[in-house]
Design a protein around this ligand. Structure first.
Ligand SMILES: Cc1ncc(COP(=O)(O)O)c(C=O)c1O
Length: 381
């Protein structure tokens, strides 16, 4: 059995909810082609000039830092602490020393919203003019009231593809426009490629062969699909002068407008998370983030493995486990192991286990079995 790395799309969703209205927070958001464009649009909306300095946690994907640099911003990387948060003292020192204009706080994997709000509050006490961005790109399905959260932030940004199956989409809350009318675009080549990839994965998962979760095959297929995608969708390689507003694809709108569907995704992810966490606790594997009550549907269940052997064992046995941002960590962070010690440590040792909405009990049991065989082999050697 193969355990899928990400959720699969079901075509039945398309015609059902075309006339439904978007609910909170999406009825108060503006939409973009991805999370990065939402961020840039928000910064431009605050008239943040080229050359302005922005603090970004060093545990980040280079696509974000590259996008900021491409729009002329000066990225100041700071290492996160052992709780995956930016240390408040380091932030305060840098604000004064480097005339910082904006800060990004990341809710990694859908966790840490409450902790990042506390950090934002402390920054605002003395530096109310610094723009604080809440990066919630890892989970677009939240249990939080964003009107409340946004008291402490200047904007909240989202990306959809990590939470719901779609080929494009990012959002900014609150909306930067007065009248955020939703306009639809006609299905484009990107959409058809997304569907093609989705069905290709569905067929392989139902046959159970070949193991598309093995690193080798994953690299092979992602190269093929990415090359194909990029050749037909130039927009992802070329930086536009202004970030483009998104003409919402129906596939995304219909999922966002379907409240009971979103609630179902949230509940499935939370149930899977707690179910798998129980297993992880039984075999005494550590987790990087200790969470009481979850306030968003998590993207993944992150665990720590310092032996460096578990990831390979999971992937070889068909589990869609991955590390983040892996090779996409900014080059300056990867090169500077001392300065960005914790970011490099988490990049090397965190394993993201799948708990998304296409995972069910049999998948959780399979993940548990594979972890057990790894555990037994470790004790034998
Ligand atoms: C923490 C974080 N923020 C922002 C983004 C950007 O999202 P998008 O790929 O939709 O631009 C990513 C993407 O991986 C991310 O991991």
């Amino acid at each position: 059995m193969l355990v899928p790395i990400k959720p699969l799309y079901h075509l039945q969703l398309i015609p059902k909810t075309v006339n439904s209205k978007l609910a909170h927070p999406w009825n108060e958001s503006s939409f973009y082609r991805n999370g990065r464009d939402a961020l840039i649009s928000g910064l431009l909306n605050f008239n943040l000039k080229k050359g302005s300095k922005i603090i970004v946690p060093a545990y980040i994907c280079s696509s974000v830092t590259d996008h900021l640099k491409a729009f002329g911003y000066n990225v100041i990387l700071i290492d996160i602490n052992k709780e995956l948060l930016l240390p408040i003292n380091d932030i305060k020192k840098e604000i004064i020393k480097k005339n910082i204009k904006a800060i990004i706080l990341i809710d990694y994997f859908g966790f840490l919203s409450a902790q990042n709000i506390e950090i934002a509050k402390k920054i605002k006490e003395n530096h109310s003019d610094v723009i604080i961005i809440s990066d919630r790109c890892h989970s677009a399905i939240s249990c939080r009231n964003l009107n409340h959260d946004n008291i402490f932030f200047d904007m909240i940004m989202f990306s959809f593809r990590k939470s719901i199956p779609c080929h494009t989409g990012g959002a900014l809350f609150p909306s930067t426009k007065r009248h955020n009318e939703v306009k639809f675009n006609t299905p484009n080549s990107q959409f058809f490629l997304f569907l093609m990839k989705n069905y290709f994965e569905k067929i392989i998962l139902s046959i159970g062969w070949p193991n598309i979760n093995s690193q080798h095959l994953r690299n092979f297929f992602s190269k093929i699909f990415n090359n194909f995608f990029l050749s037909v969708t130039e927009q992802y390689t070329a930086f536009s002068v202004k970030p483009k507003n998104l003409m919402l694809p129906k596939i995304l709108y219909n999922q966002l407008a379907n409240q009971s569907y979103l609630m179902k995704i949230k509940n499935l992810r939370l149930n899977n998370y707690y179910h798998l966490k129980k297993k992880i606790n039984e075999v005494s594997i550590n987790m990087p983030i200790e969470i009481g009550k979850l306030s968003a549907a998590p993207q993944t269940l992150p665990i720590l493995d310092a032996t460096g052997t578990l990831m390979d064992h999971l992937q070889k046995n068909g589990i869609g486990a991955y590390s983040w941002p892996n090779k996409e960590i900014p080059k300056e962070v990867a090169k500077n192991k001392k300065m960005y010690k914790n970011s490099n440590y988490f990049n090397k040792n965190i394993i993201c286990l799948p708990i998304h909405q296409s995972i069910d009990n049999k998948h959780i049991l399979k993940i548990g079995e594979v972890i057990d065989t790894w555990h037994a082999a470790k004790h034998e050697s």
